[in-house]
Design a protein. Structure first.
Length: 454
């Protein structure tokens, strides 16, 4: 079931009230409820003059592997083997396919693909609040924080939905797997039409504002309906609407035929349902990815292949204030397999250049292990992994000091990170959306793509 909960303002679509909900795979009395969702989205776009898809053309997608809680730079891609034990941590480095880049011994799959990647070792910002840093990273602006967790700005995925839409018709634009924890992936004031479809496990709750959820079964027709009867219902509705269409000639209403076709495309083409159904995948590929996060990474690849624009895969909880080794021993191999196999698979299929893969969290971890054998919040330095997306790779950007505590060269900030994402999608920080007051607002207040990637 795809459900959109409370919080829908009439500012964005006059036909949807605060408590109305929408479902994929069901019919209302006079038409597709999914069409209502798409109509709402198109009404917003027509009203604000954004001209979604008209100005920008991009064949690229984003797969963001989000490590909410904050992964340790010292125990992944910025190891300091000569530092004291309380700094270097419990793991030894291993060589990767990129000369000069050693990675954690728990990351053998990522080690194989580092020649296809860029590691930004000098990513840095100054906010150690989980919610504030995550909001900043995923929207490009500060807003929510630990005391006030309401999203204030639309996420990058929501902006992509608003300005670009899916890469192929009949496909959802944004999907968020395992949403929960420290991350903001919703539409905020762009409206719920730009919230992602949620999929997977949500054990840490939903910090993104009551986003929808479902799985591949959500795209099936309800019992007793076939594609034929569905078409007949839509045709009957079309007849009922004939006279009304003659009376109402505004821009929103003129889009209804197109919107209904979009809804039919999603429900009847089966493209999204097929993408979620990994049983259709070759058994050898499924074995390579494995279960859990690996299987979800395979779903992410299939969604992008089907035409989705922005897919987020949340891989666990990386806020290891205590027992760092126990936590990483448990989750790092699963995360490593998901990311490493995904990048290799995309490369083998010729899809990597058109898919930006990112692995990051909201900040890094302290350079000295604490009294509980863990690492605490440390926004001053983090390692970010990038692959594909039309960028130049096989490199390390920036460096840190002897403890991986502060950047020594080439600092890269939050707005630069967001600019990397937007440029890959064919967008620019100077592109604008219309805010709730009716004013155009740039996607980012600043930020530049590091020249090394170009």
């Amino acid at each position: 079931m795809l459900r959109f909960d409370q919080g829908v303002s009439r500012t964005f679509c006059d036909g949807i009230s605060r408590r109305r909900f929408l479902e994929v795979g069901s019919l209302s009395a006079f038409g597709l409820s999914l069409a209502s969702l798409l109509r709402c989205q198109n009404a917003v776009d027509a009203a604000d003059g954004s001209g979604r898809g008209a100005k920008h053309a991009s064949s690229r997608s984003v797969i963001l592997v989000w490590q909410h809680g904050g992964p340790s730079q010292l125990d992944t891609f910025d190891m300091k083997p000569l530092a004291p034990a309380e700094v270097r941590g419990p793991y030894r480095p291993i060589a990767s396919s990129l000369p000069g880049l050693d990675v954690c011994e728990l990351c053998p799959e990522q080690a194989k693909v580092m020649d296809k990647c860029t590691v930004i070792r000098s990513f840095t910002h100054g906010n150690a609040d989980h919610w504030a840093a995550a909001h900043w990273m995923l929207t490009g602006r500060l807003g929510a924080n630990g005391s006030d967790r309401v999203p204030r700005q639309p996420s990058m995925g929501a902006v992509a939905s608003h300005l670009l839409g899916p890469r192929q018709p009949g496909v959802l634009t944004t999907i968020n797997m395992n949403d929960g924890g420290f991350g903001f992936n919703g539409g905020a004031w762009l409206g719920v039409a730009h919230n992602p479809f949620r999929y997977g496990e949500f054990s840490y709750g939903d910090e993104a504002g009551r986003l929808p959820s479902g799985d591949h079964k959500s795209f099936g027709l309800v019992d007793g309906l076939t594609s034929g009867t569905l078409s007949n219902r839509v045709e009957l509705r079309s007849q009922f609407d004939t006279y009304r269409k003659r009376l109402d000639q505004n821009a929103t209403f003129r889009q209804m035929d197109h919107v209904d076709q979009q809804a039919l495309d999603i429900l009847m083409s089966g493209r999204m349902r097929e993408a979620f159904d990994v049983s259709k995948e070759d058994a050898k590929i499924r074995e390579r990815y494995g279960d859990g996060w690996g299987e979800q990474a395979l779903v992410a690849r299939r969604l992008v292949e089907a035409g989705a624009r922005f897919v987020t895969l949340n891989t666990g909880y990386w806020d290891d204030h205590g027992n760092l080794k126990g936590g990483l021993d448990h989750k790092m191999p699963r995360h490593d397999r998901a990311v490493g196999v995904l990048i290799q698979d995309l490369a083998e299929r010729g899809m990597l250049d058109d898919t930006l893969v990112i692995s990051a969290g909201e900040f890094g971890r302290t350079p000295v292990i604490n009294k509980d054998a863990g690492r605490d919040h440390w926004p001053q330095a983090q390692s970010v992994l990038l692959a594909g997306g039309g960028y130049r790779h096989g490199q390390i950007i920036g460096s840190t000091d002897a403890k991986a505590a502060y950047p020594e060269t080439r600092p890269v900030g939050v707005e630069d990170f967001c600019a990397i994402v937007y440029r890959s999608l064919g967008l620019s920080p100077s592109d604008a959306v219309i805010d709730p007051s009716g004013r155009p607002v740039h996607l980012l207040p600043g930020g530049d793509v590091p020249r090394e990637l170009l």
